[in-house]
Ligand binder design. Structure first.
Ligand SMILES: [Mg+2]
Length: 264
């Protein structure tokens, strides 16, 4: 029997952008659990943050991709295994510093910020902000769009061989690894090649385009033109949109339909 898995971004997608509430998505999460379809977090959050989130959201699978797909955690056997798929944070800090010098840029890397600053930017508690700064293979950069030097900074990082992904709140410095390569890793590891992926940010694009069904969750208060043409769009932001989009897929029997086609 063909199996499905659901890969989901967290901030601004399964979690409300401001309140971090996930409860509006619970009916769909319950329906997926009843069908034995795993829901896997693919997020820019760190492993430390995900461990506490998994106790809060019992529907998340014990397999997770964090730091924008650069680190994968597998807790399924009860013994944690961890694989780093991306460039080490120290390398990224080197690129950040060189690009900042060359571009005369103003962005603030997480390695330079205090827990208090990260808490102010995100609305997280000081404890959660400290967990968010515990990075192994990614580097978020606070760089509001109206600060000067932003485009020159992105260009300078790319010239050095790095990439800059646009998230809901931050720019994310990374190497080759992204949420799309994490999807590839998960498909191989779980031997499940039918995927639904949900995300709100530019850092989700690689995952949304590689999924069998990609679903864009819109951002509250912002009308952004869609850069991808092959994906569906939820009608509401955050967990309410997640719930509606996923229940609609299930009600249309789309997952069953594809399963039927595959089995013939
Ligand atoms: Mg997001």
């Amino acid at each position: 029997m063909t199996q499905w898995m659901v890969l989901t971004d967290l901030d601004g997608t399964l979690l409300d952008h401001d309140s971090y509430d996930w409860r509006p998505a619970e009916p769909a999460l319950q329906a997926l659990q009843a069908l034995n379809i795993p829901v896997i977090a693919v997020t820019s959050k760190t492993a430390a943050e995900l461990v506490s989130l998994r106790t809060e959201i019992p529907y998340l699978a014990p397999l997770m991709a964090c730091e924008n797909g650069a680190v994968v955690i597998d807790d399924r056997s009860g013994t944690r295994t961890r694989e780093v798929l991306g460039e080490a944070t120290d390398t990224l800090i080197g690129w950040f510093e060189q690009a900042t010098r060359e571009a005369g840029a103003r962005g603030i890397g997480f390695h330079q910020a205090s827990d208090q600053q990260v808490a102010d930017w995100t609305g997280l508690s000081l404890w959660d902000a400290a967990q968010a700064r515990a990075r192994e293979a990614s580097l978020p950069v606070y760089y509001p769009t109206d600060w000067p030097g932003r485009a020159a900074f992105i260009h300078a990082v790319e010239t050095l061989g790095g990439r800059v992904l646009e998230g809901g709140r931050f720019l994310h410095l990374t190497g080759d690894a992204d949420k799309g390569s994490a999807l590839g890793w998960l498909v191989q590891r779980l031997n499940i090649d039918h995927t639904v992926a949900l995300g709100d940010g530019g850092n989700d694009d690689a995952m949304l385009t590689r999924a069998t069904i990609g679903i864009r969750i819109p951002t509250a208060g912002i009308r952004r033109p869609e850069s991808l043409t092959t994906i569906r769009r939820a009608s509401q932001p955050g967990p309410a949109g997640w719930n509606e989009a996923m229940l609609s897929l299930l009600n249309q029997g789309l997952l069953n339909e594809l399963r039927g086609e595959r089995d013939e």
